[in-house]
Write a protein that binds this ligand. Structure first.
Ligand code: ATP
Ligand code: ZN
Ligand code: ZN
Length: 648
């Protein structure tokens, strides 16, 4: 057989050579540095046989970060070997260490074990040390094809491996990867020797994991590690994890007493505590006021309806999985609403509409219920009861573009206030293959998608397309905002809908006194109050912008004799609706300041003799520093202005 090198040269072999042999045939230096091989552009390990005539090129150590899957997988083997040596040193036979699977995963690797005694978190550094030693030993790996009988012979002592072997299809070629002191049943790919593994890994945790993920099976112990090609990447990743922990809205929500869930109320049904409720109320007032100024009409509608409504709308056929089951009462069937659209449609239909009335913008902070899988529920970001900043704009076909544009502008204005700088517009289209999720009407879809694209192009908006993310009734423009941890989250959405107006037979009286059908735009600007609050908490790590802070100002009297002036300051601030509180507890001043910091209160005002006498304040602004001798009246004006203008 032969292979073809990048310069066109052919290398002949009298047997099916592997990548390592190819590297060796080119030169000993390359054989030493080689870590993988590209075969027709695809990365393969050096230990598997090559096909005749393959175009190949060798990947060397200096490009190791191109093959994270290879060294992560090899690290899983190295860890398993280290675990064996760890137990061996404590007098356990090798065959008492039983092993499930040990794959490479995103950012790292794991291995599932059944051990003679459980591994403790304190043992992980020791295991890491042995792993580093195995890397230093620079053990060569080789690949070996074996028969089923040979495989069963090797792993007879391990019921998990035996089960895996027996479950492989009859005609499957079984392979072992072997290094000195350790053999595993494995498909690869691996690096050719342990010495090339970058030492930028860390064992993170051990946890319980059911064998093959089923509760009916025994519980194994999963040891999980992260691994990267460079120290920088590892450091970044660990830092990101720390940040994620520090910013986790569930943790902050608890520390700052924002919200909680109660066992007897149920999962995904959060309760907003006074502090969280304050943030929510501020958000609600903010968006409602803005919408009223733009001609939206706010309404209230019930959170349930007859099943019939959803049969007409199509939710019954296309959205039932996400709905709570039917309630039967007095011969009637009712459901909790998963969306507000059909209710707003009823409001539209309540009276006759003329072309002169359009656009009609019906808005509501609409509470709705979705049956999210219990495994997906997370704090406030994915819940089962939620309140959406919802609106439905009913337009004439000639008004689509203009109204669409206004919504896009509204999104921009709102993000400006919220301080969202990095976001992308995503055009979510249907997946034509998915006949289950999407309503079937090619003509309608094509026309809706074309009109939306046209509107976006006319606005000069930069966007990317995402098939399969449309709503069942139409395409949408989603706004993906980058979170503090670099993840994209959908916050706003604007959707174009020709379907529901047709299903509900919506009409308006046109210029010729005939009947025409309006088009609907569904839009949510600040998402659900739940998801927005979760997002904001993580974004600012609990340091809310002044206008949103549950407690904006804490007044700290130095001694009891300053209490009266402190209360006067508090009253003055409250006159301007500022959320101020005197700390009149028995603690010392420094402890009080510390408490206010823990609560992340943006302003702490310290009052003593001089302040009381001159009607001044000593002002500590969080993350900004201290100002002394600030006249009370001046500070009140400043803070009231900041609050009113929602200055960040
Ligand atoms: P997702 O893909 O996140 O489930 P969706 O596409 O079903 O959302 P829409 O029907 O467009 O969402 O709902 C409007 C908005 O409500 C979404 O943009 C999202 O921000 C928010 N939202 C949806 N489901 C939840 C939930 N379970 N908890 C909190 N907010 C939610
Ligand atoms: Zn393997
Ligand atoms: Zn809607």
């Amino acid at each position: 057989m032969h292979v073809v090198l990048p310069d066109g040269k052919k290398l002949e072999f009298d047997h099916a050579a592997n990548g390592l042999e190819v590297a060796a045939a080119i030169g000993p230096r390359l054989a030493q540095d080689a870590v993988a091989i590209k075969v027709q552009g695809e990365l393969k390990d050096l230990l598997s046989p090559l096909e005749d005539g393959a175009d190949v090129s060798i990947v060397t150590k200096k490009n190791i970060e191109e093959i994270p899957g290879f060294f992560r997988h090899t690290l899983a083997h190295v860890m398993a070997q280290a675990v064996r040596e760890f137990y061996g040193a404590r007098g356990h036979e090798a065959n008492t260490i039983k092993m499930g699977v040990g794959p490479a995963i995103e950012n790292g690797f794991y291995y599932d074990f059944d051990l003679p005694e459980p591994l403790r978190a304190e043992d992980l550094p020791e295991i890491e040390k042995i792993m580093n030693d195995i890397i230093t030993r620079d053990l060569k790996l080789s690949r070996k094809e074996v028969t089923r009988a040979e495989a069963l012979q090797e792993f007879g002592y391990d019921p998990y491996k035996v089960e895996l072997i027996n479950d492989l299809p009859e005609d499957e070629v079984l392979t072992f990867y072997v290094q000195e002191g350790f053999t595993d049943l494995c498909r690869g790919p691996h690096v050719p020797r342990t010495g090339v593994i970058p030492r930028h890994f860390k064992l993170m945790s051990t946890s319980g994991a059911y064998w093959r993920g089923s509760e009916k099976n025994p519980m194994m112990q999963r040891v999980y590690g992260v691994a990267f090609g460079t120290k920088q990447e590892l450091d970044n990743y660990l830092h990101m994890l720390e940040e994620a922990k520090r910013r986790d809205h569930r943790k902050i929500g608890k520390d700052l007493e924002l919200f909680f869930t109660s066992e007897v109320i149920g999962p995904g049904l959060p309760l907003w505590l006074p502090n969280g409720a304050t943030i929510r109320r501020e958000l609600e007032r903010f968006i409602v006021d803005l919408e009223l100024r733009q001609g939206y009409q706010h309404v209230y509608t019930p959170q349930m309806a007859k099943t019939e409504l959803y049969k007409i709308s199509g939710h019954w056929d296309h959205y039932q999985e996400d709905m709570f089951p039917v309630m039967k009462i007095d011969q009637e069937e009712l459901v909790l609403r998963p969306m507000n659209c059909p209710h707003h449609i009823q409001i539209y239909k309540h009276t006759q509409r003329s072309y002169r009335d359009l656009p009609i913008k019906i808005a509501e902070l609409g509470t709705m219920y979705r049956f999210e899988q219990s495994g997906e529920l997370t704090g406030l970001s994915r819940v089962r009861s939620m309140t959406l900043n919802d609106a439905h704009i009913f337009v004439r076909p000639d008004q689509i573009q203009a109204e669409f544009k206004k919504v896009v502008e509204l999104v921009r204005d709102v993000y400006e206030i919220l301080g969202f700088k990095e976001y992308k517009w995503r055009l979510s289209l249907r997946d034509p293959e998915d006949t289950e999720k999407y309503f079937q009407d090619d003509e309608m879809w094509n026309s809706a998608e074309a009109q939306l694209r046209q509107a976006l192009d006319d606005m000069g908006l930069e966007y990317y397309e995402s098939p399969g993310d449309a709503a069942f009734y139409g395409p949408k423009l989603d706004v993906q905002v980058k979170s503090a941890l670099g993840k994209d989250e959908t916050i706003s959405t604007v959707q174009l809908d020709f379907l529901l107006p047709q299903k509900f037979e919506l009409e308006y009286v046109n210029e010729e006194s005939g009947r025409s059908r309006p088009v609907m735009i569904h839009r949510g600007i600040i998402s659900t109050m739940e998801r927005m609050t979760a997002f904001l908490i993580e974004n600012c790590a609990g340091d809310f912008p002044f206008w949103l802070a549950p407690e904006q100002v804490r007044v700290v009297p130095i001694a009891d004799r300053h209490l009266e002036y402190a209360q006067q300051v508090e009253a003055e601030l409250r006159k301007h609706d500022l959320r101020a509180k005197v700390d009149d507890g028995g603690e010392r001043m420094n402890a009080k300041i510390r408490n206010a910091e823990l609560r992340k209160v943006p302003f702490v005002l310290i009052v003593g003799d001089q302040e009381a006498e001159k009607q001044e304040l000593s002002v500590r602004e969080r993350h900004k520093g201290e100002r002394k001798n600030v006249p009370l009246a001046e500070l009140v004006q400043e803070l009231a202005g900041r609050y009113r203008n929602r200055t960040l």
